[in-house]
Design a protein around this ligand. Structure first.
Ligand code: AMP
Ligand code: ZN
Length: 118
């Protein structure tokens, strides 16, 4: 998609610090890291949001998640722990409309959901 920042990163017309790449999946460091490890794992194919994932994308989605798992091990945060986040649409806080998962770790991330009712 021509005006999508992450498609441009996939194409290489916008630079990124790549952590992993194969034919289907790309992982790169977030430009505004919220934790010592903050990596975005994306499918190379343009899928705007989690709502747009179709049943036939199941293998691709699994590959994205397994890539995050592998990177967590390589970054040394698998045992200490990490958070894998997908933000969907505006209430979810999505700002880049190309499906991505944030891999966050390297510090205690707090209890995001504990005690919240609204
Ligand atoms: P979200 O708010 O879930 O859509 O996350 C988008 C993320 O993309 C944010 O954490 C941004 O810091 C990150 N981001 C935006 N532009 C770039 C870029 N050029 N390189 C790396 N990360 C980026
Ligand atoms: Zn895109």
């Amino acid at each position: 998609m021509s005006d999508c920042i992450f498609c441009k990163i996939v194409e290489g017309s916008i630079p990124s610090t790549k952590v992993f790449e194969n034919d289907h999946v790309l992982a790169f460091r977030d430009i505004v890291p919220a934790a010592p490890v903050h990596i975005l794992v994306i499918p190379k194919r343009h899928i705007p949001t989690m709502n747009d994932v179709a049943p036939e994308d199941a293998a691709l989605l699994a590959e994205v998640l397994l890539t995050a798992q592998k990177i967590a091990k390589e970054e040394g945060i698998a045992e200490s722990g990490y958070r894998l986040i997908n933000n969907c649409n505006s209430d979810g806080g999505q700002t880049a409309y190309h499906l991505h998962f944030h891999l966050l770790g390297g510090r205690p991330l707090g209890a995001l959901l504990e005690g919240h009712s609204s």
